[in-house]
Design a protein around this ligand. Sequence first.
Ligand code: PMP
Ligand code: GLN
Length: 387
Amino acid sequence: IESKLPNVGTTIFTVMSQLATEHNAVNLGQGFPDFNPDERLINLTTEAMKNGYNQYPPMAGIAPLRQAISKKIFDLYQHRYSTDTEITVTAGATEALMISIQALVKPGDEVIVIEPMYDLYVPAIELAGGRPVLVQMTVPKTPEESYRIDWNKVENALTEKTRLLILNTPHNPTGMTLNANDLNALENLLERYPFYVLSDEVYEHIVFENKPHLGMSSRPNLANRSVVVSSFGKTYHITGWKIGYCVAPLDLMKEIRKVHQFTVFTVTSPMQVALAKYADDKATFNGLASFYQEKRDYLEKGLASTKFVPYKSHSTFFLLANYKNLSSEPESTFAKKLTVENGVTVIPLSAFYMNPESKAANNHLVRFCFAKQRQTLDNALARLAVL
Ligand code: PMP
Ligand code: GLN
């Protein structure tokens, strides 16, 4: 049949995890923790099942979970979203992103996406009949610096057809976070142009060096024009539960719910009941950034004693590392070989580029996930040390 997505293959995360399994490699590729969530969260879920929460929950998510989300956002970022009309619980951030794009992008609309980017955004735009407009991030000159968004380039990409700007902060795969200057620049653009923002903030609780997360909910002028997406998967070590949410002003959320109700209708009941009780307590995510900062430091230091040159990651549970001292092969060739021949799986940075030129430009960078137990990181480092 004629494909609606001719340029899309199987997502890199599946490809690399399968390869890791086949070759018994230490999997630092796909982003997921190799440890269990808090026992209390598991117990709350089985308790909910035993208590009869096994049938369809309300379409937008159970009210206590939406209340917990509303309270958390208000406490942290001082923006109040209506529990009834402006919050929807979704099947992971993945569903939240997909339904937001399907609901808001019309055929012919342009959507600005910042590269490198998470691999879902462009196919989702294309399915909606929109046109992705890619804007390159400024690449750091040294491993200590961060990737940055060039707001002049964003402004130059805006046209009268621009419907949406997709942002991801904290950023996968570079670990970049938006700062106050970025938010100022964005506010300034929103004052002058009529587009909306879709902000993927799934790593909101994993920002290092005690820096605050500056998302769209932290300023009214941004919140009023944005859909903000987050995921319990990243926050509570439950990527396999596939529960996330989006928040947006009423007029946008009304459209998004139309798509949500016919995509999944609602998401798994006992997990929502458990999360409503669990997420109500700040202590459940307060220590997350320092928990992951320690792992980042450990992997960064370990890699620095190999031939890899690690880049400083400021957020998320990923870091980039340069392999130029080991090979001049393209990133995807190198990543596959590292799995097959050396037993360590990583993700090539090229997988986060869609623009053919950027994809082909070899930066010799791969992404490591450090959401792993010490033993797993040690096993990977031991295999890399001999290269
Ligand atoms: N956005 C980004 C930037 C991600 O890294 C991920 C998953 N790792 C997602 C969205 C999807 O989140 P979920 O697993 O909750 O669907
Ligand atoms: N977001 C995860 C990553 O970046 C993967 C999620 C997925 O496999 N779809 O590794």
